[in-house]
Design a protein around this ligand. Structure first.
Ligand SMILES: [Cu+2]
Length: 163
């Protein structure tokens, strides 16, 4: 998480200077600056501590810990699981590679849900209980309004509470 925050601070600093430059040139209200990030430029780090160890993450836009739009990517090893959980906000998913399985409910069941192949898109409304797992190394893009808060249905599944 620390790496994610540091990366975001860098992105935010760039955003502020870009927004200032835009203001001088135009009377239009400063929006988010353009982003055109290539895979080569993405600096991956450990996924946030609310996810089980083994996943990698990179923030592409915004700051998932704050209000406002964010976009991030997750790389999950084969068989990686995200236990049943929910978010106070909506979540949007795009599968970049691999197969991301998404299911609704309170108990993990790999016979349930949808196998989302490369290019698939998903939307999870606020507070909906859901869980996921990866078949093969899988990369997924997660977007939505921040702050992105993850609450496990079963607190025992929360790696933040592990010894
Ligand atoms: Cu989720």
């Amino acid at each position: 998480m620390r790496k994610v925050i540091v990366l975001c601070l860098a992105v935010c600093a760039v955003s502020i200077s870009a927004a200032t430059a835009t203001k001088k040139k135009s009377t239009m209200k400063a929006a988010e600056p353009m982003v055109a990030t290539t895979p080569e430029a993405m600096k991956w780090g450990d996924a946030p501590p609310f996810l089980e160890k083994g996943a990698q993450a990179v923030v592409l836009q915004g700051d998932p810990s704050k209000a406002g739009f964010f976009a991030l990517r997750l790389r999950l090893p084969d068989g990686y699981r995200i236990a049943p959980h929910w978010h106070p906000t909506e979540e949007r998913l795009t599968v970049i590679s691999g197969t991301f399985h998404l299911a609704m409910g309170d108990s993990f069941d790999t016979s349930a849900g949808s196998a989302m192949s490369q290019g698939s898109y998903g939307y999870i409304p606020p507070k909906m209980h859901h869980y996921a797992w990866a078949s093969g190394p899988t990369e997924v893009q997660v977007e939505g309004p921040g702050p992105f808060i993850l609450t496990y249905v079963n607190p025992k599944d929360d790696p933040r509470k592990a010894k």
